[in-house]
Write a protein that binds this ligand. Structure first.
Ligand code: GAP
Length: 451
């Protein structure tokens, strides 16, 4: 099994991630987060919010609606430009994005210039020269509001959370009396009708984004772009992804999204195909607020009363995926080491991300130990997300907690009944220390940098 297969298998077996609608054969490239997965993903989102909103003086939060006025997506350019060019093979019926064909980059350039020709190319699956001419496929999911399915009632499921922030820019700025520069951060669902979804959580149809739009004076965009890309890289390493597994990649002009003047991806070294996008940092210039001003008729320019200058703010965006991020944290944390029973699997998750911080384990399943062990768990529960496990040998139970990344196990043994002490065992070093039950919460807190 390669690392990807190991993670997919562990995720299913231990309740991190299940295929959606599995009893019906699966919904295809949509995923459900199980009891451990929801904790892990919530922790990833919490760590992001802490870094991007709580610890900053200059960023505030927002939670905008998924369904927006349909004109939003015309203004944003998504109706016209959020397009994949697709070809079908008339023979074997497979479908491809033209950038997945041999010479894909050149084909994309030619397609953008309006003169792409794929008639001489063989189908990548059956080899026949039976590819159709490319057609435009919009990646947004369309739906209808109300009982009529007509053009007047069209609504789109948002393909990025960013637009909610632009549309609320003035509301937020006035309600919080912010001066530029300042940022608005949001976490929420986004939807894309991806043609080539796959690789587990890497590319799915429904996912969560963690996006921040930083509004700046037009002259300040370039400098803030540098600050934010460094800041975002720091965040991933602070939460445990090794530097060697991350890198920056600048977008070439022909791959820039329609809204971007400049884009740099933070890439992660995935076990399928190596370095690929984890998060994008974009200089969106004044594209979004200018377009929304034009399309809504509401002037979204900003007046600086100190300099007496009026301008449309420029935007530096940081845009990461909560699901793709969770996946990267899982991949980076996975470790195997030899031990006396064969192999110890350890998820070396940062304690702030680990689903459970503490597992309380009676040394054995014994009616004398159970009441005290449950008492200890009850004392720990209000302070830390924790679990309790009394089935099978203590060694097996340590391994089970290692495999899901629990940083600390607290063991209640027969001596505990007399001396009112328990043993804390650390996941990474496996070191053990004995502490009084009365000081347990405090001693755990000392060991866990969870913010
Ligand atoms: N607002 C800008 C924007 O949406 P993007 O590069 O298209 O930029 C940003 O997406 C991030 O959203 C990606 O880096 C990735 O983490 C996540 N993402 C995008 N499409 C995804 C998909 N189909 N499945 C999972 N995550 C996705």
């Amino acid at each position: 099994m390669d690392l990807n297969e190991k993670i997919v298998s562990l995720a299913k077996r231990r309740g991190f991630v299940f295929p959606s609608s599995e009893i019906y054969g699966g919904a295809g490239s949509t995923w459900d987060f199980g009891p451990l997965g929801v904790e892990l993903k919530n922790n990833v989102k919490r760590a992001w919010w802490r870094a991007m909103v709580q610890l900053r003086e200059d960023v505030v939060g927002l939670d905008a609606a998924i369904l927006m006025h349909p004109r939003v997506w015309e203004a944003s350019g998504h109706v016209e430009n959020f397009i994949d060019p697709l070809v079908d093979c008339r023979e074997c019926k497979h479908r491809f994005r033209i950038d997945d064909l041999p010479g894909g980059e050149r084909l994309i350039d030619a397609w953008r210039a309006g003169d792409v020709d794929v008639s001489s190319l063989g189908c990548p699956v059956c080899g026949k020269k039976t590819l159709t001419v490319p057609r435009r496929f919009n990646l947004m999911f369309k739906t209808f509001v109300g009982p009529m399915e007509d053009t007047a009632s069209v609504a789109w499921l948002r393909p990025e959370t960013a637009q909610g922030i632009y549309v609320d820019f003035e509301n937020v700025q006035q309600a919080t009396r912010r001066r530029i520069p300042f940022g608005i951060a949001q976490i929420g669902k986004a939807f894309r009708n991806e043609i080539t979804p796959g690789n587990f959580l890497y590319r799915s149809l429904e996912f969560e984004q963690m996006e921040m739009q930083y509004f700046v004076h037009p002259g300040e965009g370039a400098a803030k772009f540098e600050e934010w890309r460094a800041e975002r890289m720091r965040w991933y390493t602070a939460y445990g992804i090794p530097e060697g597994k991350l890198r920056f990649r600048e977008h070439a002009p022909n791959e820039l999204a329609h809204y971007a003047k400049r884009a740099v991806d933070i890439e992660f070294d995935y076990p399928f195909g190596g370095f690929k996008e984890l998060e994008g940092i974009h200089d969106r210039g004044d594209w979004d607020l200018r377009r929304h001003s034009e399309y809504s008729g509401k002037d979204l320019s900003y007046f600086d009363d100190l300099t007496q200058e009026k301008f449309i703010p420029n935007v530096v965006e940081t845009s990461g995926g909560a699901d793709r991020g969770t996946f990267a944290f899982l991949l980076a944390a996975y470790d195997e080491e030899p031990d006396k029973d064969g192999t110890r699997v350890v998820l070396r998750l940062h304690p702030a991300l680990a689903p459970y911080k503490v597992a309380v384990l009676p040394l054995s399943k014994n009616e004398k130990l159970a009441p005290l062990a449950r008492e200890v768990w009850a004392a720990v529960r209000p302070h830390f997300m924790s679990t309790f496990d009394e089935a099978q040998s203590i060694g097996r139970r340590y391994r089970r907690q290692d495999e899901i990344g629990t940083p600390l196990c607290v063991t209640v043994d027969f001596d505990s009944l007399e001396d009112k002490q328990v043993t804390i065992r650390e996941r990474d070093s496996m070191a053990q220390v004995r502490v009084p039950i009365a000081e347990l919460a405090e001693r755990i807190r000392e060991k866990l940098p969870i913010g």
